[in-house]
Design a protein around this ligand. Structure first.
Ligand code: GMT
Length: 375
């Protein structure tokens, strides 16, 4: 089977899931063609089954906005024709499902067609997709997809509530490759914290939905009671909130470390004692799953699909969105009880194994086969 994957190339859940899925399919012998505006961050192009097609947007002085979606649909059309793809898989409805639909129409003009799978990831439904500028086109392109998948039950429910969807939505949870966590070493811990300090960690693209100000408040509360360090990984608009917090709390300067985007994320996640995720919205919470795969329990909000990943009192604790006090208390409870911490670290790993790539990949493959059969 030759599969075309359309995704965002940058750091971000949907791009990561698309890239990891494509690489796993390539390992199994499928030919996988990535179509994107840049090389996806984690893509291993050394694999002979992986192809990358960059969408080139021609700039022209007349355009106030460059027409990326047109270039994208042209590229999809060209790649399908040139490489004789069997199926397209759009990750994130905007603009991928829409551009793929347009490419399908172009193919139909020539008596050809190709099935389209669209995977909904979250903000394409709950945030950006709700904007009146996009809503109708998003709803239309989801309905034009031959198969629709969603990364959680919660996102499926949201999609059905917010849009008029005429087709079944199949939930295929996100996954993690636990084997990547097997040979990690803890030797760098000393560089981040003293032996008597606990490490709190947060990883995100620092957008407002991630509520980084609450990560800082939780740390401030916990640090008063237990020696600890906070490590924040990622870049984004709310870096300003962090800088302002540091200006107002200079005593915490040497306790908070900002790492920006890191390549060896898994190795650093393993050093954490607890992962903090107070998001306002989270269709799944891939970052929480990555932390769990590194045996790190999670203190989170109960937003969206997080409760499908982080289990209350088992792999960590959850509180209502915005309840900083509860999340602070839970963090303290966890970090001050070595037995509880050890138990939850173990449970986090067991939970991550349920979402292992080896369990989820066959579901994707079956879904492709069924889509092709129905087409
Ligand atoms: O969370 C983000 O800011 C990135 C976003 C994306 O589209 O890349 O993540 C969404 O998709 C991830 C992968 O399926 C999910 O794990 C995230 O929970 C989801 N984010 C939101 O719903 C806010």
């Amino acid at each position: 089977m030759k599969i075309g994957i359309l995704c965002y190339p940058t750091y971000g859940g949907s791009g990561i899931v698309a890239t990891e899925l494509g690489m796993a399919l390539a390992e199994k012998g499928y030919e996988v063609h990535f179509i994107s505006s840049a090389l996806p961050a984690r893509l291993d192009v050394a694999n002979p089954n992986i192809f990358f097609h960059k969408v080139n947007v021609q700039t022209y002085p007349l355009f106030q906005y460059q027409p990326y979606d047109i270039a994208l649909s042209s590229m999809i059309y060209r790649v399908v024709n040139l490489y004789k793809l069997d199926i397209l898989h759009a990750h994130y409805a905007i603009p991928y499902a829409y551009a793929a639909f347009t490419a399908k129409q172009m193919l139909k003009e020539e008596g050809k067609d190709i099935p389209l799978v669209t995977t909904l990831h979250g903000t394409d439904i709950t945030l950006v997709g709700q904007h009146p500028s996009y809503k109708h086109a998003v709803e239309f392109s989801i309905n034009q997809s031959d198969t629709i998948t969603s990364v959680s039950e919660s996102l499926k429910k949201d999609t059905l509530q917010k849009f008029q969807i005429k087709k079944e939505i199949q939930v295929i949870h996100n996954f993690i490759d636990n084997s990547e966590f097997e040979e990690l070493t803890l030797c760098a811990r000393k560089q981040l914290a003293n032996d008597d300090e606990k490490i709190l960690m947060h990883v995100s693209n620092l957008r407002p939905v991630k509520r980084v100000s609450e990560v800082l408040e939780i740390f401030k509360n916990v640090e008063k009671k237990i020696k600890s360090k906070l490590i924040i990984i990622g870049e984004g608009p709310d870096m300003e909130i962090i800088n302002a917090f540091l200006e107002e709390n200079p005593n915490l300067m040497d306790k908070i470390r900002l790492m920006g985007k890191v390549n060896d994320l898994y190795k650093i996640l393993e050093l954490a004692d607890v992962f903090i995720l107070p998001s306002e919205q989270e269709s799944f919470g891939l970052a929480a799953l990555e932390a769990m795969a590194a045996s790190t329990p999670v203190i989170s909000s109960n937003a969206g699909g997080i409760p499908e990943v982080n289990i209350q009192g088992v792999t960590g604790f959850l509180a209502e969105i915005g309840n900083v006090e509860a999340m602070s208390n839970y963090t303290y409870k966890l970090l001050s009880d070595e037995n509880l911490l050890a138990e939850m670290k173990k449970n986090a790993k067991v939970q991550a194994e349920k979402f292992d790539l080896q369990n989820i990949l066959p579901i994707y493959i079956k879904m492709y086969e069924e889509t092709l059969e129905r087409f």
